[in-house]
Design a protein around this ligand. Structure first.
Ligand SMILES: Nc1nc2c(c(=O)[nH]1)N[C@H]1C(S)=C(S)[C@@H](COP(=O)(O)O)O[C@H]1N2
Ligand SMILES: [Mo]
Length: 313
């Protein structure tokens, strides 16, 4: 099968720089394209079938921020299982098969369990508007829908040995075009410290912009950790493992000198190849200052008391 994937250089070399953020003019053209495509009925939405997706806004997370236009969040994506170009995830979205999805929670817990999507959608679904900052230097403000990860972890009763949580995304080499190549050590893995995982901001996410997650955004369920760089927010999760050891994420394994475990948004800690002082909101021509912990310092700074944030990047 023909693949439009970029020739696959090892990831350490392919991480886009800030200047790779797609220029506004391109978005404007695409906006017109999407409008006409919608008018022509070219996009049929599998989401329409899911009539019973209920959620309510959580008033605690309604910051006075301008929302990013959904067309950006739905069409400018990082999801290397579907390809390394920003436009690959929406283009190859149908290669991600989400039927009969299950999430297994195992490891250091009294009641390991497998949850299907009905179980996960039975938690109260809240809409929360969060800032989101990619390590590449772009950002967005998105109304996500989901529920606190802590509620899910409580169900399996973590033991006292559960110090960390590992998140493992889908492995489907046959169907996912990016997994035919060793771009990363598949499946995609991420991790959090237990207190980070239990933090009320940490969201198991099932939707955005009022609808179930689109495949390109990590359907049917992903993580959102708004004070950390975007890559910590693993998509299309199938396994959550409680462990006593710090997990090695896919990005740490691919480029250990560039990506650490914590990856907290910090304008004062540069990536080895570019500054993190500023970010460009998707849809905006201008850059703005990046905030410590992506603006969530009041909520999360206490988690890192006494830690050297430059060393523990
Ligand atoms: N499984 C998986 N999760 C992933 C990624 C990925 O390639 N695979 N990319 C990460 C990166 S780098 C970012 S910035 C966000 C992008 O999420 P979005 O496309 O919904 O904006 O997903 C993160 N989660
Ligand atoms: Mo990212």
């Amino acid at each position: 099968m023909k693949s439009n994937l970029k020739p696959l250089i090892r990831l350490g070399n392919t991480t886009p720089k800030e200047c790779d953020v797609t220029p506004e003019a391109f978005f404007l053209n695409r906006r017109q394209f999407i409008r006409s495509a919608l008018a022509a009925g070219l996009f049929s939405s599998p989401i329409a079938a899911l009539a019973d997706f209920n959620f309510s806004p959580n008033s605690t997370y309604r910051p006075n921020l301008k929302l990013t236009d959904s067309e950006h969040a739905l069409n400018y994506n990082n999801f290397y299982e579907l390809g390394t170009d920003k436009s690959d995830p929406p283009r190859y979205a149908d290669r991600l098969i989400t039927d009969n999805w299950q999430v297994r929670i195992e490891g250091e817990c009294a009641k390991p369990q497998t949850f299907d999507m009905d179980d996960l959608l039975a938690f109260d679904q809240e809409e929360r508007i969060y800032r989101f900052r990619c390590v590449e230097g772009w950002s967005m403000v998105v109304p996500w829908i989901g529920f606190p990860l802590s509620k899910l972890l409580d169900k399996v009763e973590p033991t006292s040995k559960a110090k960390y949580v590992e998140f493992i995304s889908i492995l489907d080499r046959e169907n996912l075009p990016g997994q035919r190549f060793d771009i990363l050590n598949w499946p995609y893995r991420e991790g959090l410290r237990m207190d980070e995982a239990m933090h009320p901001l940490t969201l198991m996410t099932t939707g955005l912009y009022g609808k179930p997650l689109q495949n390109q955004n990590g359907a049917p369920i992903r993580l959102i950790v708004p004070w950390k760089y975007g890559f910590k927010s693993a998509k299309s999760i199938v396994t959550i493992r409680l462990t006593d050891k710090q997990p090695v994420s896919s990005w740490m394994a691919a480029a250990p000198s560039e990506y650490g475990f914590y990856s907290n948004v910090n304008p004062d800690v540069s990536h080895p190849r570019w500054s993190q002082a500023k970010e460009r909101p998707l849809g905006s021509f201008f850059k703005q200052k990046t905030l410590l912990f992506n603006g969530y310092a009041d909520e999360v700074a206490s988690l890192y008391k006494g830690m050297d944030l430059k060393k523990n990047y």
